[in-house]
Design a protein around this ligand. Structure first.
Ligand SMILES: [Zn+2]
Length: 389
């Protein structure tokens, strides 16, 4: 049995399991977080008293009749700002991912810092105003920004000034804990939530191929929950190649993003994204276009194989547009990984995941719920007061 160190970690593990499973009977929960039923019952009692989880009686699928079924409370509100696909999305939702409020603002690639700041201010003020009008306490905000790096004042992909954003959040949402991350963290967390519990175990290399291209090393969320991003999309593969939105030339992203795919198919990128998983069926793909797509998948595979040379992960999950292609096209990715990874494909398990394109702000809200859970579900002071009174 695994030993979980602190009470805070145990609370996070219990909440993380409930989040990934969508709710659980007490014995399954105890097993899922490797604790005895007796030892989690105090944690459950605390979390219930704080209004973070709820318990109802349901008929268990095994002998013993009705039992206590534990879920996350649907009374807790979290908020997200997600920048993706030339847009800024803002949203308020429940821990289970139900969206209560959602707005989209245009934020085209290459927009200057002043215009980005104006759009961000409008989005945050609209969101804060919506919550205030309804007396809703936002327990967590998650902001996901392409190319975000805590060591940089401004992301090289989207000109969000972090210090300015911090001031804005202090002013408009002073009591809501905020977490700023790279977009790839939101993608990885959103994808992990869709997989449910006990799927891979251990850590895995997650690659997202959409308007942006990136990767992350994801540890099991119910365990440490670490997500460490890798800028695989901005690996330069040809310095003489096309100019990338990061300012360099010939990045992998310029070959395999949905912008590149839309060019090959001679369609609008926004339309391609809106088609989600259906794009290979909806468009007639000519033989030269199919050959070009396969060549691009080969470039993606080479980059992934090289990334695996730097970080020895065995499980690889690719989400985004390649997942909708037939197996014979996707095989190019695997083959190319074998060509660049030391040791070839031995021991590698590659999974393709559905497109998950055009579903914003689903990932942003998942990240907000995850951030609240990683803080072990501590309510805002005001929230605690309301619960106890
Ligand atoms: Zn780039």
């Amino acid at each position: 049995m695994r030993l979980i160190r602190s009470r805070r970690d145990t609370r996070s593990a219990v909440l993380g399991y409930l989040w990934c499973s969508g709710g659980s009977f007490r014995p399954d929960l105890a097993q899922g977080v490797a604790l005895t039923e007796a030892s989690i019952s105090r944690i459950i009692g605390d979390l219930k008293a704080e209004g973070v989880i709820e318990e109802t009686r349901r008929t268990a699928p095994y002998r013993g009749g009705p039992s206590q079924f534990v879920t996350l409370s649907n009374q807790i509100r979290v908020a997200a700002i997600e920048i993706s696909n030339n847009s800024l999305y803002s949203a308020v939702g429940t821990l289970a991912g139900e969206t209560l409020y959602s707005e989209r603002y245009d934020l085209p690639d290459g927009l200057g810092a002043a215009d980005v700041a104006a759009t961000m201010t409008r989005a945050v003020c609209d969101l804060a105003g919506w919550a205030k009008q309804r007396g809703i306490a936002l327990e967590q905000l998650a902001v996901s920004i392409p190319g975000y790096d805590p060591d940089l004042r401004t992301s090289p992909i989207v000109a969000v000034n972090v210090a300015r954003l911090d001031d804005l959040l202090q002013r408009e949402l002073p009591e809501t804990p905020a977490r700023l991350t790279n977009s790839m963290v939101a993608r990885a967390v959103g994808h992990r939530l869709e997989m449910g519990t006990g799927v891979l175990g251990g850590s895995y290399f997650f690659v997202f191929v959409g308007h942006g291209v990136g990767a992350a090393i994801v540890d099991e969320l119910a365990e440490s929950g670490d997500v460490e991003t890798c800028e695989i999309g901005h690996v330069v593969i040809d310095p003489g190649g096309a100019v990338c939105r990061c300012g360099h030339a010939g990045c992998l992203e310029t070959y395999v993003s949905t912008v590149a795919l839309a060019n090959i198919l001679a369609v609008q990128e926004s339309e391609l994204i809106n088609r989600g998983d259906r794009w290979p069926h909806d468009y007639r793909i000519s033989a030269p276009a199919r050959a070009e797509i396969r060549a691009r998948l080969g470039r993606l595979g080479l980059a992934i194989g090289n990334a695996l040379n730097l970080n020895r992960q065995r499980n690889v999950v690719i989400a985004g547009w390649p997942g909708s292609l037939p197996a014979e096209d996707r095989a190019n990715v695997l083959e190319a990984i074998g060509q660049s990874r030391l040791g070839g494909l031995q021991g590698i398990a590659l999974t393709f995941s559905p497109a998950s394109l055009g579903r914003e702000p689903v990932s942003g809200l998942a990240l907000a719920a995850f951030s609240f859970i990683r803080r072990s579900g501590e309510r805002r002071a005001q929230g605690r007061h309301l619960i106890s009174s």
